[in-house]
Design a protein. Structure first.
Length: 472
């Protein structure tokens, strides 16, 4: 195996006496499993957050690790970089440099507003080529230049993606070169939003983001932090150039699960009490949706069976929307056969035995009506025990508030699953509805403890493990 820069630095850290503290820090931050996977070459893509933790522990340049990390963006790609008009446009210069270091060909397109922040001269010097700025350019448009630019790109990155530019993309505008190229392209598009936190949080911007996601556009960021305006703090900072490079590498995907069918369940279920009330839980669906998206990026055919969530359907995934546990089970069984089933949904254990046909009214002074409950079908156990069409690998989730590992082990045995992903959903942890997760993988061989990570990183790592298991 040819070692990459990341593996070499890790081995140095684990072997050298003067870096022993860094090695301890690494294992504490990431867990021994992550370090071992990277050293052995098993890790499909450590992810930018893992790489950042490694760089901090080793006190080295993140760029050194990203340049040759497993799953990193490789040379020879042809990228169109659309630079929008915002103060973060200065970061596009570093992004061009980072892409050039990886032998990625960058063809820049600048909006008129972008030229107020950085000059075409500076952009052209770094990209070593022409900078395109005008839709009605007599020389370029002799061969319909905006279509040529759109068709020759393997991917388009928009950085910074301003609120105005995203609004014009969402409405299908094509009144300048940038939007015309974006409308004409068949290549994947990656946006790196950058704007004031109030603009990002506005209903109009979030509607546009949802529309773009539904159209298959991918996003990196925005990050939280200080803005260019004095005293402004919040979500709206453009992702750092190396984060964009990492996201671009992920955009091209891998083939680890090519030819495999993966079923994922996600979100809560809503069990009606009457036409306006229901039994539910606090699940946001973020973890399940992230797993479905990660599996699709790994080349799998993915069927996502989702309960009611406030999330857009993941790109490249067939999404089936359901409300109740019974509907979810029916949708999962209909999606079989499959190679993998990841049952990440927080399915309600009970439902109202006899839901009322009309709204239940309260009467002054009378006691509340009795609510009779019936047990819902056990989706995980049903799929794991399906003798005729059981997936090769069945992964369940255990969301617990106490005795986490003991309860997860019991669930593994009782349900017939191959793995259980256990997480503590106590209110103080903020897992349900939050961005982060701390999970433990329980198998017949034992327990693997993972450190706290974002749900996206958890999903990437879980999918990598699934691919390894299927390959054995």
């Amino acid at each position: 195996m040819i070692e990459n820069a990341l593996q070499i630095r890790l081995k140095q850290a684990l072997a050298a006496a003067d870096l022993s503290a860094a090695a301890v820090s690494l294992k504490a931050r990431l867990g021994k499993g992550v370090v071992g996977d990277i050293l052995s070459g098993k890790s499909a893509n450590p992810g930018i957050e893992t790489l950042r933790a490694i760089a901090r522990a080793l006190d080295c340049d993140l760029a050194e690790l990203v340049a040759d990390a497993p799953g990193a963006l490789r040379g020879g790609r042809r990228i169109v970089l659309v630079i929008g008009g915002g103060i973060a446009a200065y970061k596009s210069l570093d992004l061009i440099r980072r892409l050039g270091e990886r032998s990625v060909s960058v063809r820049p397109v600048m909006t008129k507003a972008a030229q107020e922040f950085v000059t075409p001269l500076a952009v052209g010097a770094l990209s070593s080529g022409r900078v395109f700025t005008e839709l009605f350019d007599r020389e370029d448009e002799q061969d319909v230049g905006h279509i040529r630019i759109a068709r020759e790109a393997e991917a388009i990155v928009v950085a910074p993606a301003t609120a105005d530019l995203m609004a014009r993309m969402a409405s299908g505008r094509a009144d300048d070169l940038a939007t015309a190229v974006l409308l004409a392209t068949r290549a994947p598009v990656l946006l790196a939003p950058a704007m004031n936190p109030a603009m990002w949080a506005s209903h109009a911007t979030q509607r546009n983001v949802a529309t773009l996601r539904a159209d298959g556009v991918r996003f990196v960021g925005p990050n939280s932090g200080e803005m260019a305006e004095r005293g402004e703090l919040g979500i709206g900072r453009m992702a750092e150039p190396l984060e964009i490079v990492s996201a671009l590498g992920a955009l091209f995907g891998s083939s680890a699960l090519a030819g495999k069918h993966v079923i994922v369940t996600s979100g809560p279920t809503h069990e009606p009490i009457d036409p306006v009330r229901y039994l539910a839980n606090r699940s946001s669906g973020r973890q399940g949706h992230a797993i479905a998206e990660a599996a699709a990026r790994a080349g799998a055919k993915v069927t996502l069976v989702s309960g009611p969530v406030a999330l857009p359907d993941p790109f490249g995934v067939k999404t089936v929307h359901v409300e109740t546990a019974a509907e979810m089970l029916a949708a999962v069984e209909k999606a079989l056969p499959a190679d993998v089933a990841v049952m990440a949904a927080a399915v309600a254990d009970w439902r109202a035995d006899n839901p009322a046909a009309s709204k239940i009214k309260k009467s002054g002074g009378s006691r509340p009506p009795a609510l009779a409950l019936a047990e819902n079908p056990d989706i995980l156990a049903t799929i794991a025990r399906n003798r005729d069409r059981r997936p090769t690998l069945v992964v369940g989730f255990a969301a617990e508030t106490n005795d986490l590992l003991a309860n997860a082990r019991k669930k593994l045995a009782a349900k017939g699953a191959d793995w259980i992903v256990a997480n503590d959903v106590s209110a103080e942890g903020g897992v349900m509805g939050g961005e982060d997760n701390t999970v433990h993988i329980i198998t017949a061989d034992g327990v693997e403890d993972w450190p706290k990570m974002t749900k996206t990183v958890v999903a990437d790592r879980l999918v990598a493990r699934i691919a390894e298991a299927l390959a054995q």
